[in-house]
Ligand binder design. Structure first.
Ligand code: NAD
Ligand code: 6OD
Length: 496
């Protein structure tokens, strides 16, 4: 990284806020960014105080009034494609930064996080060029009629508040459509993963995005940059991905000045495996849905329901496959699972491992901390874990853990499987495994979630509606649905 990092007083590199097209000299406190692989200090990060957030919102407002506000859809689409190209040109830098911040295997980040970061810009560049609105002709008493047509205008300054599990992917999933629609943004990346959002500032400048269109402020939630930003009266809309409890807090804040929100929140997702599934495919897919990214995917499976005739075989095969997951250097191709994001998150996940044990679960696999040699002894690793035998009322089955673990329970009928899958305050995603497509359609329509995969998981067409039901979110993003949030419709009525 070149401009985003400077030398701090202690000689540890310092990551700056990006405001008005510049990396600004820090004025306030700093916080540490540590590598979850080994606990080593990666760099310090400049925490944005209320004044810095003010500056970022003012820069975003100024840019709306400047040349950005007058760009055509075609011009914005061309600029977004340059941003996508810029990410791909600096692929290795983004990869190294994402791996350092998250500890995830480079094989995963190079396959999902970084290419999706670029793809988000290309997809919404396409989308903005095909966006249409409605028109209505109406009769009037004088017989001459009137014509109504709708136009879309940008919402304004958008606050983008992001989590740490897929930092670049989830941030650009919101920034790209916001910019495509002509908004300006102030991004608050997670305090755990501040780097790729900052690096993107350099790419924005290289691509010719005007100063102030894309801003980044670093810090925490309450009493820090997250709260300063979402509370700011200069923000016209808030898009947030993170925990349901945080969404609740932000929604209360958004009520002041009546700001709209788009929320992608937590999940406690079920997989439903019927006896007529392709067994190998179901095992392979469930391995990914439970353990990918060390279980830190909002769409991930933490509850697996398996039809009784194949229950024992499924448990045994999944445990056998999961026991082969390999910890290690994230850049080693043999490494298939990384650490959790932080020691704090490890304490949370391990508290559920303890709870499962004390509630009498059968621990089929794992349940603790792996023994790793010196290089990784300071890392926040936990064992991949599989349980059976808990009652559905257990906190382990009801609450989102966000770790590499699942509980597997048997079912005896389709209706029972649907009821079990739906028995959750969350409603984000589900995966159904069956070779009977009539059953797949029937079951998919009855599961209360935003996204159902049949015989796959996390297979994404970015034009489709993405979001959660119940406490898993508000609104849908993706394709035209993103455009609905990032623009406001105005009707023009012309008397003929
Ligand atoms: P989090 O809610 O703790 O933090 C997310 C962001 O919100 C961070 O940037 C944080 O600093 C900020 N924040 C925290 N409190 C705030 C406040 N009061 N005001 C303003 N900002 C505040 O979430 P996390 O731990 O970073 O991410 C994991 C969670 O995200 C899980 O629950 C996961 O399911 C969810 N998630 C959901 C989706 C989805 O698409 N539905 C995608 C990814 C992650
Ligand atoms: O693929 C996406 O667009 C998306 N928002 C994925 C979310 C994953 C959650 O961890």
């Amino acid at each position: 990284m070149t401009q985003a990092l400077t030398q701090s007083a202690t000689a540890t590199p310092l990551l700056s806020n990006f405001i008005g097209g510049r990396f600004v000299a820090p004025t306030g406190p700093t916080f540490e960014n540590r590598n979850p692989i080994n606990g080593e200090l990666v760099n310090l990060v400049a925490e944005a105080d209320a004044a810095a957030v003010d500056q970022a919102v003012a820069a975003a407002r100024q840019a709306l009034k400047g040349p950005w506000g007058k760009t055509s859809e075609q011009e914005r689409a061309a600029l977004l494609r340059k941003v996508a190209d810029g990410i791909m040109r600096r692929f290795d830098e983004f990869l190294a930064a994402e791996v350092r911040d998250t500890g995830k295997p480079a094989s995963l980040a190079s396959h999902i996080d970084i290419p999706r970061g670029a793809a988000n810009f290309n997809v919404f560049a396409d989308q903005i060029l095909t966006l249409s609105t409605e028109t209505f002709r109406m009769a009037t008493p004088d017989g001459k009629g009137a014509l109504n047509y709708a136009i879309r205008v940008p919402r304004g300054v958008i606050a983008v508040v992001c989590p740490w599990n897929l930092p670049l992917l989830l941030m650009t999933w919101k920034v790209a459509p916001a910019l495509a629609c002509g908004n300006t943004v102030v991004v608050k990346p997670s305090e755990e993963t501040p780097t790729t959002a900052t690096l993107l500032g350099e790419v924005m400048n290289e691509a010719g995005i005007p100063p102030g269109v894309y801003n980044v402020v670093h810090g925490f939630g309450p009493g820090s940059a997250g709260e300063f930003l979402t509370r700011h009266p200069g923000v016209d809309g808030i898009t947030f991905t993170g925990e349901t409890a945080t969404g609740t807090a932000i929604m209360k804040t958004a009520a002041d000045h009546v700001r709209p929100v788009s929320f992608e929140l937590g999940g406690k997702n079920a997989a439903v495996v019927f006896a007529d599934c392709d067994f190998d495919k179901a095992i392979e897919g469930t391995m990914r849905s439970v353990f990918a990214n060390c279980g830190q995917v909002c769409l991930g499976t933490e509850r697996v329901y398996v039809e009784r005739p194949i229950f024992d075989a499924f448990v045994e095969r999944l445990a056998s496959a999961a026991s082969q997951l390999k910890f290690g250097d994230p850049f080693d191709k043999a490494t298939t699972i990384g650490p959790l994001i932080s020691q704090e998150h490890r304490r949370k996940v391990l508290s559920y491992y303890d709870k499962a044990k004390s509630e009498g679960a059968r621990i089929v696999l794992g349940g603790g901390v792996p023994e790793l040699d010196g290089a990784f002894s300071g890392g926040s690793f936990v064992q991949p874990t599989i349980w059976t035998g808990l009652p559905e009322s257990s906190a382990v089955i009801r609450e989102e853990i966000f770790g590499p673990c699942c509980h597997i329970a048997p079912f005896d009928s389709e209706d029972e499987a649907i009821a079990l899958a739906n028995d959750s305050p969350y409603g984000l995603a589900t995966a159904i495994w069956t070779e009977n497509l009539t059953r797949a359609h029937r079951v998919a329509a009855q599961i209360d979630v935003g996204i159902t995969w049949v015989n796959s998981w996390f297979l994404r067409d970015l034009r489709t509606p993405f979001g959660g039901s119940k406490q898993s979110g508000i609104g849908r993003e993706g394709g035209v649905h993103s455009m609905e949030f990032y623009t406001e419709l105005r009707n023009v009525c012309i008397k003929l």
